[in-house]
Design a protein around this ligand. Structure first.
Ligand code: MAN
Length: 527
C-alpha cells in the first residue's frame, strides 16, 4: 500500500498539478464552481478556497493550498478528503445514477475501481468504467421488489397483529378464570384435607387395638428395615443431586434438567421448562435439602422407568423391591462417578398400612375404607390445585413474553417449522426450542430453548436467541440464533452451523414486513 501511495505521489509530483488533486476536474457542482475532490456538495461551505482551512475537528488552521495537497495536516484527515495521504480519511464518491458512498482514503488511486463513477481512480493508469447507471437501475429494481414484498407481507402482518391482540385478551380472561378456579380448588382441597384428617383419626384409633398383634414380632426388624431404606434413598438422592448439579452451584436449575433426555416426559425430543419444573416440584431451582425432600420423589420413578424396571402401571406402589435396588445400583455405576457400592437390605416393603394379613372387624374395616377414600379424594383435590397452579404459571409466563411490536409474534408462539439439509432435519418451534434430528434416524438433539430477542439497536426484533441446548461434547451447550426477515409466508429458509454447536437459522415471516419502516430506512440511502 505504502509503495503504491509513494508511486502515486510521484505521479503527482511529476504532474505538479495541485489543482488536479484539489478539485474534481470538469465536475461542476451545479453553478460553475469547481467541486472539492472527495467531499459532497453539502460540505463545500467548510472548504472555501478564499480562506484558510480549519481542520474539521478544530485542531488547526492551514492555508487552503494545503487542502488535498497529498500531505496530511489535520489529525482527523479532513484536509485530504481527495487523496490517500491521511490514514483515517474517507473519500466521497458522488456516484450519480446510483448511491453515493464514502470509501476509505487508502482506496483512492490504488489501482482498484471502487466508486462506480470512477472518481476514486483519477490519477492512475487503471481504466475504470462508469457503471453507476446500470448498478442504479438494478438497485432500484431490487428496491421495488423489496417494497412490493413488504406491501404484500404487510397485509399478513396486520392479520398477525390482530391475532396477537385477540390472543392477549383471551389469555387475560383465561387467566382470570384460572385464578378463580384456583381459589375454589384450594378451598376444596382444605375441605378434603379436613375430612381426611378426621377419617384418619378415627382410623388410627380403631387400629390401636390391632397394634400389639401387628407389631409384636417383626416390628423392630421392620422399623430398622424402613430406616435403612430411607437412608439408602437419601444417599441415592444426594448422589444423583451431584450428577445433576453440573455447574456445582449447590442448586439444581431447570436448565440443568433440560439438558437430559431422562426428563423428556412426553418424548418429543425436548425437555421443556414445564417438564423440568414438574420434576423440581413446580420450582425453578432446588437446593440439596429440597431435592431430597420432594424433587427426588418425582425424579426416581422416571429413572427407574427409563431403565425399564418400573411399569407406569395401575398400581404405582407395586414395585419389585429387589429389582428396584438393583437398578438403582446400576444407575449409580453408570452415572455417578464415585458412587460406592452399598449393602442393600434384601427384604423391604413399601409401607401400606391398610394391607396386612390381619382380619379387621367390620367396624374397623369400614373406618379404614372411609379413610382410604378420603385420602383419595384429598389427592384428587390436591392434584387439581397443582394442575391449576402449573397452568396459571405457564400462562403468566406467556403473558410476560416479548411478542414484539403490537404483539405481532404472539400467534406464532409454539408454531413449529422444519428445514432439511443433507444430513439433518431441523425444527424450530418459535418461543419453544430448536432441534436437530439425523435424517438417518436417531433421537433429536436440543439446539437451544427460547431466551430473548437479540437484534441490534433499532432492529431488536430481527434476531432471536435460543440457548441452553444439549451440551456439546467437550464444548459449549448448543445454541441457535434465528435471523428473521420479511417474507409472505412463515418459513424456515436456511440452517447452518457457523461454529461447532452454534447454529444460525434464517426465518422469513410477514411479521417483519413493515413498509413504513422500510421506507424510512431506504430514504437515508437515496441520492
Ligand atoms: C452432532 C451434531 C453437530 C455437532 C456435533 C458436535 O454431530 O449436533 O451439529 O457439531 O454433534 O459434536
Amino acid at each position: 500500500m505504502d509503495g503504491h501511495r509513494a508511486s502515486r505521489f510521484l505521479a503527482f509530483a511529476a504532474s505538479a498539478c495541485l489543482l488536479l488533486a484539489t478539485y474534481t476536474p470538469g465536475h461542476v457542482a451545479g453553478s460553475g464552481v469547481l467541486q472539492i475532490r472527495g467531499i459532497p456538495v453539502a460540505k463545500n461551505p467548510l472548504y472555501r478556497p478564499d480562506r484558510d482551512f480549519e481542520c474539521l475537528d478544530g485542531s488547526r488552521l492551514i492555508p487552503f493550498t494545503r487542502v488535498n495537497d497529498d500531505y496530511c495536516d489535520c489529525g482527523d484527515g479532513s484536509d485530504e478528503p481527495g487523496t490517500a495521504a491521511c490514514a483515517n480519511g474517507s473519500f466521497y464518491c458522488e456516484n450519480t445514477g446510483h448511491r453515493p458512498v464514502y470509501v476509505p482514503s487508502s482506496w483512492v488511486n490504488d489501482g482498484v475501481c471502487d466508486c462506480c463513477d470512477t472518481s476514486d481512480e483519477y490519477a492512475t493508469k487503471v481504466e475504470c468504467v462508469n457503471n453507476c447507471n446500470e448498478l442504479g437501475r438494478e438497485a432500484r429494481l431490487e428496491q421495488q421488489k423489496a417494497e412490493q414484498l413488504a406491501r404484500e407481507g404487510n397485509k399478513l402482518r396486520l392479520e398477525l397483529v390482530a391475532k396477537g391482540k385477540t390472543i392477549r385478551t383471551e389469555h387475560q380472561s383465561r387467566l382470570a378464570k384460572l385464578r378463580t378456579d384456583y381459589t375454589e380448588a384450594e378451598l376444596l382441597k382444605k375441605e378434603k384435607e379436613m375430612l381426611k384428617r378426621q377419617a384418619e383419626e378415627l382410623e388410627s384409633v380403631a387400629l390401636e387395638k390391632y397394634k400389639p398383634a401387628e407389631t409384636e414380632q417383626p416390628a423392630t426388624e421392620e422399623t430398622v428395615g424402613e430406616e435403612e431404606e430411607e437412608e439408602l434413598n437419601v444417599s441415592e438422592a444426594e448422589d444423583y443431586f451431584k450428577v445433576l448439579d453440573s455447574d456445582s452451584s449447590d442448586t439444581i436449575t431447570l436448565a440443568e434438567l433440560q439438558t437430559r433426555a431422562t426428563f423428556d416426559k412426553d418424548r418429543d425430543g425436548v425437555v421443556s421448562e414445564e417438564e423440568a419444573r414438574y420434576f423440581l416440584g413446580n420450582k425453578n431451582e432446588v437446593t440439596l435439602d429440597e431435592f431430597v425432600d420432594f424433587a427426588w420423589a418425582n425424579i426416581k420413578p422416571f429413572l427407574m422407568l427409563e431403565q425399564g424396571m418400573f411399569k407406569p402401571a395401575t398400581d404405582k406402589e407395586e414395585i419389585d423391591e429387589q429389582q428396584t435396588t438393583e437398578d438403582l445400583d446400576h444407575e449409580k455405576e453408570g452415572e455417578i462417578p464415585d458412587g460406592e457400592e452399598e449393602e442393600v437390605p434384601e427384604e423391604e416393603h413399601e409401607k401400606e398400612p391398610a394391607e396386612p394379613e390381619v382380619q379387621y372387624d367390620e367396624e374397623t374395616q369400614a373406618l379404614i375404607d372411609e379413610a382410604t377414600s378420603t385420602r383419595e379424594r384429598f389427592q384428587e383435590a390436591e392434584k387439581a390445585v397443582n394442575d391449576l397452579q402449573s397452568e396459571i404459571r405457564q400462562l403468566e409466563e406467556k403473558m410476560e413474553r416479548d411478542y414484539g411490536p403490537e404483539e405481532v409474534f404472539a400467534s406464532l408462539d409454539d408454531q413449529c417449522f422444519e428445514y432439511t439439509d443433507l444430513e439433518y432435519i431441523y425444527k424450530l418451534c418459535l418461543y419453544g426450542s430448536a432441534t436437530q434430528r439425523p435424517k438417518s434416524g436417531g433421537s433429536s438433539v436440543n439446539l437451544g430453548s427460547w431466551n430473548e430477542w437479540v437484534g441490534p439497536a433499532g432492529a431488536k426484533y430481527t434476531k432471536m436467541k435460543y440457548d441452553r441446548g444439549l451440551a456439546c461434547w467437550n464444548g459449549p451447550t448448543r445454541s441457535t440464533i434465528v435471523t428473521l426477515s420479511c417474507g409472505t409466508e412463515n418459513k424456515l429458509t436456511s440452517v447452518t452451523e457457523p461454529s461447532r454447536c452454534e447454529y444460525a437459522m434464517e426465518f422469513a415471516t410477514p411479521a417483519l414486513c413493515n413498509p413504513s419502516a422500510a421506507d424510512t430506512a431506504d430514504r437515508h440511502d437515496e441520492l
